[in-house]
Design a protein around this ligand. Structure first.
Ligand code: 5GP
Ligand code: ZN
Length: 140
């Protein structure tokens, strides 16, 4: 997607209004328009990239720096007893807006949110085979 067609670039620039929780020179956090829970917030870089796959490490660092304080503020403000930090990468993961964003979703016991966490297991040797494949793909 071209940055000029990107809804989150337009939110970052102010062309599309949003309820801004936080703004620095490099990042913006704003309330999700369709929250999974009140206080559901999106943290984005002002510069356009699609996901963590094409984001420069420096951009991810700028987002990370804001995460702890933002998480604490959202929890205090909402009275949440938990919080999910979620980043969807790619259509298969549920990504719908292709401008990197991190969801901060306030949680409480019994709120009915959550994944179907169908945990599996590795048969003999499969974990080691997977490990060597991933480590073989690591780049700096
Ligand atoms: P994704 O599925 O891509 O990880 O999440 C995209 C999120 O962006 C969704 O939760 C959706 O509600 C939110 N969203 C989409 N368009 C807008 C918008 O124009 N304004 C705001 N504040 N949130 C949006
Ligand atoms: Zn964008």
């Amino acid at each position: 997607m071209n940055a000029s067609d990107c809804i989150f670039c337009k939110i970052a620039s102010g062309e599309i209004p949003s309820h801004r929780v936080l703004e620095t020179g490099d990042v913006v956090a704003f309330l999700d328009v369709s929250p999974l829970a009140p206080g559901h917030t999106l943290l984005i870089p002002k510069s356009h990239c699609e996901s963590i796959l094409d984001a420069p490490a420096a951009v991810v660092r700028l987002l990370s720096v804001e995460l702890p304080g933002l998480a604490r503020s959202i929890m205090r403000a909402t009275g949440a007893t938990g919080l999910n930090v979620l980043q969807n990468t790619g259509r298969s993961s549920g990504q719908a807006v292709f401008h990197l964003h991190i969801h901060l979703i306030p949680r409480r016991d019994g709120d009915g949110l959550g994944y179907r966490w169908n945990a599996g297991s590795y048969a003999g040797g499969e974990a080691e085979a997977m490990l060597s494949k991933i480590v073989g793909e690591l780049r700096d």
